[in-house]
Design a protein. Structure first.
Length: 220
């Protein structure tokens, strides 16, 4: 066999072995689930300094729980960006960014946050102060007369904070709350829909939507 032909075959064999080794490296579970590598490839461009100004920075992400990050990747604001990542990769990202393993965080909503009774939905007349949908009416004017609002412009400086509600696990929320019969309805970018008491802020119920909630709820 000519020496040059044998050399060619040997070179091809070496190339094939090298390609197999590279393929095995990039397809191995260790690489596919390496949170740091996944972050640098798919996330850092937006979340590091000089990236997208609207994206939370790495330090902000590090203060979230792995459950919060995974929720954002699977049902929330990052659902589209993470759609092509496997379940294992999304979990690896969540654990890497938070610095904690999944499953070790307490429930995000404590039992004390829920109302002690379900109340009566129509305990307040539907004609009482309320706000339905984004624009408070079919004309979408976002205006309420004094009799409908239960207050006037002179009352505004006298208003004081009565309670505050922290959205558990949410990275952002921009929906208009709906007010009806003494209850508030609103959602967040992670897909959680809440019904809470307008007077106290306690939670009547909450459900998980299939995707992030980006608009006001409409009661019909």
């Amino acid at each position: 066999m000519p020496a040059n032909l044998e050399m060619t075959r040997m070179t091809l064999r070496l190339c094939f072995v090298s390609l197999c080794a590279v393929a095995a490296l990039f397809s191995s579970p260790a690489y596919a689930q390496d949170g740091a590598a996944l972050y640098n490839i798919y996330c850092a461009a937006c979340h590091e300094a000089g990236g997208n100004s609207q994206a939370p920075g790495r330090d902000v992400l590090g203060r979230l729980s792995p459950e919060q990050i995974l929720q954002a990747l699977e049902r929330g604001a990052m659902r589209t960006q993470a759609a092509e990542r496997s379940r294992a990769q999304r979990r690896a990202l969540a654990e890497y960014l938070s610095g904690s393993p999944l499953g070790e965080q307490p429930e995000t909503i404590p039992a004390s946050a829920y109302c002690t009774s379900n109340g009566t939905l129509l305990e307040t007349s539907a004609t009482a102060p309320g706000w339905n949908g984004w624009g408070a009416g079919v004309t979408n004017t976002r205006f309420q007369a004094e009799d409908a609002a239960g207050m006037n412009a002179a009352d505004i400086p006298q208003l004081k904070l009565k309670w505050a509600f922290g959205l558990p696990g949410a990275s952002t929320s921009g929906t208009q709350p709906v007010v009806y019969a003494g209850r508030l309805y609103f959602g967040d970018a992670e897909g959680d829909l809440f019904a809470i008491d307008a007077k106290s802020g306690c939670i009547y119920w909450t459900i998980e939507a299939e995707a992030g909630i980006r608009s006001a709820i409409i009661l019909a």
